[in-house]
Design a protein around this ligand. Structure first.
Ligand code: BTN
Length: 263
């Protein structure tokens, strides 16, 4: 994506601050710095290339130039912000991305909490980051990376989960600027509705492996369970040895029962 595609993608959207970088370390770090400077309101940073992109659990996220979408939103967190919605933030990004991919004709699904899959392969990752100053939420950041072209994929041996790109899944070229616009429109609409049951239903309805047996990994430990759905706080409900249990994002990694190597 270039600057003119970015400007077209964000034109008319209610964003307090935007920036586009040809190359940057991590767009999550850009908006975190804005928050430290006191910038408020809904802000967006995007980059064509990231040199220090990161994913969940300390993994690298590769964004080579001219091939992917990498962007971060600084969400509003004024005194009226409902902190009980924090657990729904990764769902916000994943749901918006999933719907935008559906609009391209893909059958996208969400691998809880933050991966978007097409045909069982990952093409988008979401990284929510909360920065606290004592008890006060100083910044809530939602970073989203989407593999648009095949050349955005890292080498297969570095993948922890099979990956694909939007163009491979769609079987045709895709305009990255238009896709960014489509994700942002959905994100801006859903962010106002995160407290609603309909938000949770839309997220849950797109969960991969629902009703199926999955494997959960927490550090050295691993267990098998049936994936039931989402709890109100966005945690994952599972049936473990006949008892319903809920797991928070960050506690566990989810895999389909047949193990596969994640981006
Ligand atoms: C994951 O799947 O582990 C999450 C990947 C999140 C990647 C995005 S790209 C934009 C933003 N900047 C980053 O450094 N990471 C997120």
């Amino acid at each position: 994506m270039d600057l003119s595609q970015f400007e077209e993608a964000v034109s008319g959207l209610p964003l307090a601050r935007t920036a586009f970088f040809e190359s940057v370390g991590s767009t999550n770090d850009v908006v975190a710095a804005w928050a430290r400077e006191g910038t408020s309101g809904l802000c967006l940073a995007a980059a064509d290339e990231q040199t220090q992109g990161r994913g969940r659990s300390g993994r690298r996220w590769v964004t080579p130039p001219g091939s992917a979408l990498a962007f971060s939103l600084l969400l509003e967190t004024g005194p009226a912000f409902d902190a009980s919605l924090l657990g729904r933030t990764s769902g916000l990004g994943a749901l918006a991305a999933c719907e935008a991919l559906e609009a391209l004709g893909l059958q996208a699904q969400i691998k809880w909490p933050n991966d978007v899959l097409a045909g069982g392969q990952k093409l988008c990752g979401v990284l929510p980051e909360a920065h606290w100053s004592g008890e006060r939420l100083q910044a809530l950041i939602l970073g989203i990376g989407i593999n648009v072209a095949a050349k955005s994929l890292p080498s297969p041996e570095t993948l922890a989960f099979p990956a694909t790109s939007v163009e491979q899944a769609a079987g045709r070229p895709v305009d990255a600027g238009a896709l960014l616009r489509s994700v942002l429109e959905r994100l801006l609409a859903w962010r106002l509705r995160m407290a609603e049951a309909e938000f949770l239903q839309a997220w849950e309805g797109r969960l991969a492996y629902r009703g199926q047996q999955v494997q959960l990994e927490a550090g050295e430990h691993s267990l098998q369970a049936q994936l039931l759905g989402l709890a109100a706080d966005g945690s994952l409900k599972l049936l473990v040895d006949g008892a319903e249990r809920a797991f928070q994002a960050g506690q566990v990694q989810l895999r389909p029962l047949v193990d596969r190597p994640g981006k």
